[in-house]
Design a protein around this ligand. Structure first.
Ligand SMILES: [Zn+2]
Length: 146
């Protein structure tokens, strides 16, 4: 790959987004262990019945996503943090960059949280599950641990 156009910082950043990094799995919603396929049944997170509809297992490495009953309840704690980050971003864009009034900025925050709710829900699950799994480049070849 010709990367002469990119500064070392940009190259570092792109490395972080490649397969094998937690950030890759978090941003793409791919299996936290092998990064080979999406954990979600549908790509369309804005279909309410599909937002958190996940496969049971990864078909590549057979990782069971829901390691224990109600495992993803923990993602609620993460979604609090992710939601706050979105709210702060909406506030900065609306109030500080565009220069809207405080009340408009407040409405913008609510609007952003509603519009990005599916994104926040999936991101939270992706972050949560990545606390418990590590990328394993050999996961696909190994015998499934069921
Ligand atoms: Zn997998």
């Amino acid at each position: 790959m010709n990367t002469s156009w990119a500064s070392p910082e940009i190259i570092d950043f792109l490395q972080m987004l490649k397969k094998g990094s937690k950030l890759y799995s978090i941003l793409t919603g791919s299996c936290p262990k092998c990064h080979e396929e999406s954990m979600y049944v549908s790509k369309n997170m804005y279909d309410p019945s599909e937002t958190i509809h996940m496969h049971e297992h990864c078909s590549h490495c057979h990782t069971k996503y829901k390691i224990e009953p109600s495992f993803f309840y923990g993602a609620m704690y993460v979604s609090y943090a992710v939601g706050t980050a979105f709210a702060i971003a909406a506030f900065i864009i609306s109030y500080l960059i565009i220069g809207s009034t405080l009340s408009t900025a407040f409405i913008t925050i609510i609007g952003a949280l509603v519009v990005f709710m599916p994104v926040i829900m999936r991101l939270s699950r992706n972050i949560w599950i990545n606390f418990f799994f590590k990328y394993d480049s050999n996961a696909v070849q190994r015998k499934p641990e069921v």
